[in-house]
Write a protein that binds this ligand. Structure first.
Ligand SMILES: Nc1nc2c(ncn2[C@@H]2O[C@H](COP(=O)(O)OP(=O)(O)OP(=O)(O)O)[C@@H](O)[C@H]2O)c(=O)[nH]1
Length: 310
């Protein structure tokens, strides 16, 4: 049926009447000012408000972003989920929340590429805009990378979940933590050892959080690719979007030849992160979605290289 054939017999009231029908009322008298300069500015009240606040801001802000990648595709436009904040002192009632999204839009109009240098600049500028001595930004996004079948060389797209968190403090400078959760295959060493045939395997989620050294240079190292490699190169096998039979045979046999517990994964990944020069401190978690249970198996560890210097 096309538009002219549609029978519109129903006699509807006009839109204004419909709104009234559903409860809309005529606006009452307006007594409060509409000019910004005449409005009360509660958040800027100064008094003793009992406590300092460590962080106040906004979260769950979705925004289009561009991210750099050293793996294909090299430029990616994706959706970032942001949070922003700063501390406020006991003497201030509140922050100026509109300034967070105001600055986000300002950066967007200048072609906001979400790399670490830009985020550092963002936090320093944000602290100034808020008249505070610190600020923070966190952005999470799916990072895509091309993956080819080990035999067929047929390509498809995989992704890992990435997060960058930058803290700025006028006195101490910047603190940058990056997090990546990549997925891997793990084959159970115990199951392989005790069974006449086969071994159960599962999809593992490896989450690596890394505090970057002060001199980290994103032009030379793509932290996302480096963390992904730490997870995948220690797995029983990598995960692929496209596998033909010869590929499937290869990854199945590779997993059987490289059995791993969750404990093995966190220790092996930790060893790689320990060897990366750009890593100051790290945490690793492996969570396996068990195929023989309804529950997950999980292991985690934290390590700070600076603790060795003491
Ligand atoms: N501080 C604070 N602001 C809130 C809260 N809830 C909503 N708001 C925000 O208050 C904002 C408006 O306040 P400001 O950003 O201080 O606006 P303004 O004073 O006109 O802006 P400036 O000229 O930059 O000072 C809106 O963006 C609301 O989102 C809250 O719990 N605390």
């Amino acid at each position: 049926m096309n538009q002219t054939e549609l029978n519109k017999n129903k006699q509807l009231p006009n839109k204004e009447e419909r709104h009234k029908l559903f409860g809309s009322v005529t606006p009452g008298p307006r007594t409060k000012p509409v000019e910004k300069s005449k409005m009360a500015d509660l958040q800027n009240s100064k008094k003793d408000f009992l406590f300092d606040i460590d962080m106040v801001g906004i979260s769950n802000v979705k925004h289009p972003i561009t991210i750099p990648s050293q793996l294909t595709p090299e430029i990616q436009t994706t959706i970032g989920t942001f949070s922003f904040g700063s501390s406020i002192s006991q003497g201030s009632k509140g922050t100026n929340m509109s300034r967070f999204t105001e600055q986000l839009d300002h950066y967007h109009r200048q072609g906001f590429a979400v790399d670490i240098e830009t985020l550092k600049k963002f936090t320093e500028e944000l602290a100034g805009r808020l008249n505070e001595s610190d600020s923070e930004i966190e952005v999470s996004f799916p990072w895509f990378f091309e993956r080819k079948g080990p035999y067929s060389d047929l390509a498809g797209m995989n992704y890992a979940d990435a997060t960058i968190k930058v803290l700025y403090d006028a006195e101490t400078g910047f603190d940058v933590t990056v997090t990546l959760t990549g997925k891997i295959t793990t084959l159970c060493p115990c199951s392989k050892e005790i069974s006449e045939y086969s071994a159960h395997n599962q999809r593992g989620n490896v989450t690596m959080s890394v505090k970057l050294t002060e001199d980290f240079d994103e032009q030379t190292i793509d932290w996302k690719a480096a963390l992904l490699e730490a997870a995948e190169s220690n797995a029983s096998a990598r995960i692929h979007p496209v596998l033909k039979r010869p590929d499937e045979k290869m990854v199945t046999e590779q997993a059987y030849e490289n059995p791993r517990f969750v404990e093995d994964i966190v220790r092996l990944v930790a060893a790689d992160l320990y060897e990366y020069d750009f890593v100051e401190a790290f945490s690793v978690e492996c969570r396996n979605e068990e195929s023989i249970h309804l529950h997950d198996a999980v292991a985690s560890l934290n390590y700070d290289k600076k603790s060795e210097a003491q």
